[in-house]
Design a protein around this ligand. Sequence first.
Ligand code: NAD
Length: 251
Amino acid sequence: MSEPKINEAAEIIKNSENIVVFSGAGISTESGIPDFRSEDGIWSKYDASYHGSYHVFLENPKPFWKMHNELSEQLENAEPNAAHKSIAELEKMGKMKAVITQNVDMLHQRAGSGKYKDIPIYELHGSYAKLECIKCGKEYDLDEIDTKNVDYPVCDKCFGFIKPKVILFGESLPMGVLNAALNAVRKADCLIMVGSSLQVTPANSVPLIAKESGSKIIFVNKEPTIMDNLADVILEGKAGDIFTELMKKIK
Ligand code: NAD
């Protein structure tokens, strides 16, 4: 971790009043949830175009639910880490104005984001804890459904397939949520991107919009990304360690 870069990023944060965070799966790896594209990520064990495909799900939900059940324990046992908590702390300080996340794990909310100043949390890819029947739309909470002792759960009203309200590959994003998130980015004076390979569209338009709007941009990521040219400061390393150091300089 480079001290001058931490200082540079801390200065930007101190001088910003309208910060927006954009997070990806990498922010939650230190909480025990694997990301997608790292060496030991989810796609090293499962096939994105099969287990994660919306079109496959519509024909046969069994592969998706097999993956889901194997990963659900990690999601259920995960606790927010120092990065999630620091982001909530920045909201408490009045600096953070919105959290945009590609994650479905709800760790931002559990760390306190949205609690201190009631800022919006835009979950671009949904949340794992809410489910719905893809035929009649009946909604369920995860704890209402037995997903473990069946090949796949079906609706008690119409026998349609039940699916978590997360966006699978081939499915469109909720446009209202995306547009509201992009509007928050347009108003921001600083965007902090943390833990994303920035390969998933259209979520990866967030740093492009920030650049167009003249916002300062800080990237916090373990590896280089395909959009590093957009960042004013790149902090390479583990998000939990980096945010811990940043918060020491900001408080
Ligand atoms: P990704 O797997 O494509 O990229 C993750 C990035 O985070 C990588 O560049 C990696 O180097 C970096 N990273 C890993 N650990 C890190 C750490 N400790 N600190 C800093 N950086 C770290 O993930 P993505 O860009 O978010 O896109 C994939 C999709 O994965 C998203 O749509 C998301 O919905 C879904 N996803 C979500 C979860 C979750 O909810 N926690 C988990 C897996 C996948």
